[in-house]
Ligand binder design. Structure first.
Ligand code: FAD
Ligand code: FES
Length: 281
């Protein structure tokens, strides 16, 4: 948890008002929240998450997907998969959500200064990485080559499409997008995102890799990065586990000796490589 800026009691949700709701994809939406108390900023580090409480339904962990430079607006991008996420999507502007956080570890954005950065992500995995991309772009000169390698199921499933196009158009980073299945007029790449790693424009000897997506994608991504020569200690992955408290009390998210809510969700791969070897982690 970021001690300087977290809400006062980590177990008591603070009321946040929904300021904007955007449909991103057929099953995915983004909500902008502002503190209902005093427009209190909620500073966070890229990769951290909040526990979001839909009153009367339940509480779930969702990564923060907004810009760390704008802590007054707390942004979350969510795929509707079950009871809480679907109830959240039904809420409208002006309604209130309970927020606890921010919790968890962050992407090593500052540690990566002076290095190349490769971001490998699939599906909604781009959402927890977007704050890291914003921070890197705001301080672009501090990094070497920056590559964003993104995979979606179909062209209709490409998240933050306009931003990906904008970033690609800036000429100071490589953005490669691929889909599993081409539909409509798609003339771009087809195939799994991990295939893009072999020709990503980064120097493996001075690269930090940030990886987030479905578990199977992360396994293959880590393998492909290792084949390129990126050492485990410069590969970072973000893990998901069922969570209740979000602060290391209840044990719900335990993974061996680690609590994903407190020791993660972002882990240096060298710290968890042995656990990653277990199927269906
Ligand atoms: C640290 C962390 C960060 C997360 N960040 C995000 C985020 O930024 N955006 C986001 O959309 N989700 C994120 N998640 C996942 C999110 O918490 C779950 O999707 C959510 O808890 C599901 O709650 P529910 O009540 O809607 O679904 P439930 O009613 O609990 O589940 C309904 C059905 O959906 C399935 N299901 C549950 N979770 C998932 C999932 N992740 N993917 C596919 N199927 C699932 C269940 O197996 C079940 O069959 C994050 C999880 C963690 C641990
Ligand atoms: S969610 Fe309670 S210990 Fe992690």
């Amino acid at each position: 948890m970021n001690e300087m800026t977290a809400l006062k009691d980590p177990m008591v949700p603070a009321p946040f008002r929904i300021e904007r709701v955007r449909k991103e994809l057929s099953d995915t939406f983004t909500i902008d929240l502002v503190s209902a108390e005093r427009r209190r900023p909620l500073s966070f580090l890229p990769g951290q998450f909040n526990m979001l409480y839909v009153f009367g339904v339940g509480e779930i962990p969702i990564s923060i997907s907004g810009d760390p430079a704008d802590p007054e607006t707390v942004v979350h991008t969510t795929r509707a998969v079950g009871s809480v996420t679907n109830a959240m999507w039904k809420l409208g502007v002006g309604q209130t959500i309970g927020v606890r956080g921010p919790f968890g570890t962050s992407w090593p954005v500052e540690k990566a200064e002076g290095c190349d950065v490769v971001i490998v992500t699939g599906g909604i995995g781009l959402a927890p990485l977007r704050p890291a991309i914003y921070q890197i772009m705001a301080n672009r000169a501090a990094y070497g080559n920056v590559c964003i390698l993104y995979g979606a199921r179909t062209p209709e499933d490409i998240l933050f499409r306009k931003e990906l196009e904008k970033w690609r158009g800036q000429f100071d980073l490589q953005v490669d997008v691929t889909v599993d299945y081409a539909t409509g007029r798609w003339a771009g790449r087809v195939g799994v995102v991990t295939k893009l790693i072999s020709r990503g424009g980064f120097d493996p000897h001075q690269t930090v890799a940030l990886v987030c997506g479905p578990e199977i994608m992360m396994r293959f991504a880590v393998e492909a990065l290792a084949e390129r020569g990126v050492p485990n200690e410069r590969i970072y992955v973000s893990l998901e586990r069922n969570m209740k408290c979000g602060i290391g009390f209840c044990g719900h998210c335990q993974l061996g000796g680690d609590f994903v809510c407190k020791d993660g969700p972002v882990f240096g791969f060298d710290k968890i490589a042995h656990k990653f070897a277990i199927q269906e982690l």
